[in-house]
Design a protein around this ligand. Structure first.
Ligand code: MN
Ligand code: MN
Length: 470
């Protein structure tokens, strides 16, 4: 049947917003699923920012990238990385053009919301050994109780010796646990607390053991027994917790979700999904004209701050080293580099959740299966504290995506005055770099088990690769 005038006009003028699963070919679908398997493998190995850095470094070394500190001189096509205190990593493929003519940067963050140990954590109460914690990032605390947790981290002794600890990931390992009241008791108090106070910060105590040390002459025998186990295994004493970074994360593995297996469930997808997709993208960048940079930063979840966060001048140290080794050091060059550079803040956004649809603007929220989401502005309540990409830059990005058949949709985090948030976009923009937020829609963001679409994950990889390869 012939199309009507209205149908033809609609096709030409409307922004056709359909799920990518509608028009996918069998071969591409296989690629999408294979990519998701590789991603889930990486996710299961990389639950903390330090593991993101060490595993990414290993992948880089296998793909002919060299430690920039060990390279004397750079030339076009060289592949290097620079690790900042084992917690963030900056990766570069040197372009044929001068650095002062600008860099192409994609920045993701390897840290995710979690439960950190306090510096004086261990105590014994009513015959249970417990650990005090201070959560990291924006969590809904009630989601983190009664779920198996694994322990990852480092204890550093005064002689500089670093003790790495990982308990709870192997099949034979024990896990850790935070308790909650049974409904039989909570109705008399806890049930009438506000949801945000259902579990309070000081109630996030980790159960660590119940067997007392076999000597009735001493007090705190359970605590003593736990310390003896730790001392036998790791050679540490209670005071060593002072200089430790011990993180509790969900112990379970990432899995395909749904009868059709189209989705991925996993801990820390904010923002490890962008770490993996941008890492894969830079591995495949070949002889770019502009130098391509991939950043896996730390401390995004608590405000981009600290010596390993994106606000840190440590990032400038990396750029200076690139300039030095490329023979381009000159007064005022850093500002020039930034002025000519372009960045993508590669971070997740809140995907539309049909169960909680009233929290979203259904016309502007990003949706699972629609590809990467382009977020022109972040911030909240009148775009406050936003990084907003200039329309000219958004148009350029759209052009790159169209040319490279990247599926994308636009996004906004929640209804006006109801939602909002920030990413490292501001840290690029403040340096004078054109910046835009582009990432993967996530459901149940910041929960112990977040949900993404395999289609979107694959398109994030395609998007970052198309951008970096320019
Ligand atoms: Mn994020
Ligand atoms: Mn986040």
């Amino acid at each position: 049947m012939e199309k009507t005038e209205g149908e033809i006009l609609q096709e030409r003028l409307f922004n056709n917003k359909k799920s990518g699963w509608n028009k996918i070919f069998e071969e591409e679908k296989r690629e999408v699923f294979k990519f998701a398997d590789d991603y889930m493998f990486y996710l299961n190995q990389s639950k903390t920012e330090k593991e993101i850095v060490s595993n990414s470094k290993e992948i880089l070394l296998k793909n002919d990238f060299k430690d920039l500190r060990e390279v004397q001189e750079l030339k076009a096509g060289d592949r290097v990385f620079w690790v900042n205190r084992d917690r963030s990593i900056y990766i570069a493929v040197i372009g044929s053009d001068k650095l002062e003519n600008g860099l192409k940067m994609v920045g993701a963050h390897g840290d995710s919301p979690r439960i950190d140990l306090k510096q004086n954590p261990l105590y014994e109460q009513n015959e249970v050994g417990l650990l005090k914690t201070h959560y990291y990032g924006g969590i809904k605390k009630y989601q983190w109780v009664t779920t198996p947790l694994s322990l990852h981290g480092t204890v550093v002794k005064t002689n500089g010796e670093r003790v790495s600890i990982s308990i709870g990931e192997e099949e034979k390992d024990p896990v850790f646990y935070i308790t909650d009241l049974p409904p039989h008791l909570s109705h008399s108090g806890q049930d009438s607390r506000k949801l945000s106070e259902g579990i309070e910060g000081e109630e996030l105590n980790i159960v660590a053991g119940t067997i007392p040390f076999d000597d009735e002459k001493v007090s705190e025998r359970i605590k003593l027994n736990i310390l003896k186990i730790l001392n036998d295994k790791y050679g540490i004493k209670e005071v060593d917790f002072t200089s430790s970074e011990l993180e509790f994360v969900p112990a379970y593995k990432a899995k395909s979700v749904g009868f059709d297996e189209s989705l991925i469930g996993g801990y820390g997808q904010d923002d490890k999904v962008c770490c993996y997709t941008s890492l894969r993208a830079i591995l495949e960048v070949q002889n770019p004209s502009k130098t391509a940079i991939c950043i896996l930063t730390d401390k995004e979840e608590i405000g981009f701050c600290g010596v390993t966060g994106m606000e840190s001048k440590s990032f400038e140290r990396f750029i200076v080293e690139l300039l030095e080794k490329n023979g381009e050091i000159a007064p005022g060059i850093m500002e020039k580099v930034y002025e000519n550079s372009e960045a993508i803040s590669a971070d997740v956004d809140a995907g539309f959740d049909p169960t909680f649809s009233s929290y979203y603007d259904p016309i502007n929220a990003c949706r699972l299966g629609h590809g990467v989401c382009i977020c022109k502005y972040t911030g909240s309540k009148g775009k406050s504290a936003a990084s907003e990409a200039p329309a000219e830059y958004v148009a350029e990005i759209r052009g790159i995506f169209d040319e490279n058949k990247v599926s994308y949709c636009s996004s906004e985090l929640g209804k006006v005055d109801k939602g909002g948030g920030g990413t490292i976009a501001v840290t690029f923009a403040n340096r004078g770099i054109n910046t835009i937020d582009i990432g993967v829609p996530v459901l149940s963001m910041h929960s112990p088990y977040e949900l993404t679409s395999k289609f979107d994950v694959y398109n994030a990889y395609k998007a970052y690769k198309a951008f970096l390869q320019q």
